[in-house]
Design a protein around this ligand. Structure first.
Ligand code: NAD
Length: 335
């Protein structure tokens, strides 16, 4: 058992979270994560309406009696979501933990806190973590440049970002971006975090409701198979490298030489609806799909329970035997 400020504050067995993942954070995966003793999040905006989110929350609760949360992401979208209505669905659905992610979460944090909901804010910069802490969030999830999805614009990898945040953040902190195994968990704890958040790794599990071809491609990919899109639009996103991501990067590069690409130049390629339709068809090359560099550490498609058990057992063995063994060797040499 690895007990940390995160496991204590959120009432979970293991210091592991499955944060929001657009098109992936649905009831069966979230419940499997909860039943495995980790903390899963239903992704609010994956549900087309607040009513459907309310249904998904009920569906998750039917599958687990353990704690779980809902992710609410605040980033540019093609059609602005009715955020206040999604918040109502979360609060009235009796959800007690929310992961916010993205820009200016204050109105959301205020509303959730006023209704007794604990908030973990996911962000990609120390200054944003401190600003969220001042808003009264209960925890921070600090997301390094390795991550899938939106890494921000500072390009600071976890090896620097996590301890830099740990030096200043006082509430419990999850490390996010690049985690897939027990080695990563121990490293995160050593860097000052209280646990890890994983996205891509949980995508490649049996319970994730995505096409097998996507799981197989992420297993086959190594750590180089990502592209950064939207760099020129200041909304950078790390995605699985494929035909569409390469086309988007090429359009942005060409546009940069003519005074800057516009979102309209790539909208038809990047729309989330196109990405999810391609995923449902199993076509890994016909849309944008978020995935991190951590693909290079993913070699199988386990059940969520096997994955969580394996990570915890590996972390405990590293702490107990490998790291503890180093201390013992020093003690023997000194004697
Ligand atoms: P969408 O179809 O509305 O947009 C597709 C992508 O284009 C998103 O990444 C979005 O941020 C970006 N985008 C939209 N309008 C933009 C603009 N004017 N300028 C620059 N970029 C723009 O989004 P979706 O696929 O339905 O996803 C819903 C929400 O979830 C979005 O906010 C998206 O960013 C977020 N998301 C997050 C992650 C992640 O961080 N892991 C992954 C996928 C989606």
């Amino acid at each position: 058992m690895l007990k940390t400020r995160f496991t204590e504050a959120f009432g979970v067995e293991h210091p592991i979270a499955q944060g929001g993942m657009q098109w992936v954070g649905k009831a069966p995966l979230v419940a499997a994560v909860a039943n495995a003793g980790a903390l899963g999040f239903v992704t609010a905006l994956t549900q087309p309406t607040p009513e459907e989110l309310a249904r998904e929350i009920r569906r998750t609760r039917d599958l687990t009696d353990k704690p779980f949360g809902v992710n609410l992401t605040i980033l540019p979208t093609i059609n602005p979501p009715p955020y206040a209505e999604y918040r109502r669905a979360i609060i009235e659905g009796g959800v007690k933990i929310v992961e916010t992610a993205g820009y200016k979460p204050k109105e959301h944090v205020d509303d959730f806190k006023a209704h007794g909901v604990k908030v973990i804010h996911k962000c990609t910069a120390v200054r944003h973590a401190l600003s969220a802490e001042r808003m009264g969030v209960d925890a921070i999830s600090i997301d390094g440049f390795e991550c899938a999805g939106h890494p921000g614009e500072d390009d600071i990898p976890g090896l620097i970002l996590i301890p830099a945040a740990a030096d200043k953040v006082t509430v419990p902190m999850l490390a996010s971006g690049g985690f897939a195994d027990g080695r990563g968990l121990v490293a995160a704890l050593a860097l000052g975090a209280d646990g890890i958040n994983m996205g891509t790794r949980f995508c490649v599990t049996q319970e994730a409701q995505i096409a097998d071809s996507f799981k197989e491609r992420m297993v086959a990919n190594d750590e180089r198979q990502t592209d950064l899109i939207f760099r020129t639009l200041h909304n950078s996103a790390r995605v699985m490298k494929n035909r569409v991501s390469e086309e988007v990067v090429a359009i942005e590069r060409a546009g940069a030489m003519k005074g800057g690409a516009k979102f309209e130049d790539v909208q038809h390629l990047v729309a989330g609806k196109r990405g999810v339709a391609a995923m449902e068809r199993g076509d890994t090359d016909d849309g944008i799909w978020s995935a991190g560099m951590v693909q290079g550490l993913i070699h199988d498609v386990p059940t969520v329970k096997d994955l969580v058990d394996r990570i915890v057992a590996e972390a405990e063995a590293i702490i107990d035997e490998r790291l503890g063994g180093l201390l013992a060797r020093h003690a023997r040499q000194a004697a």
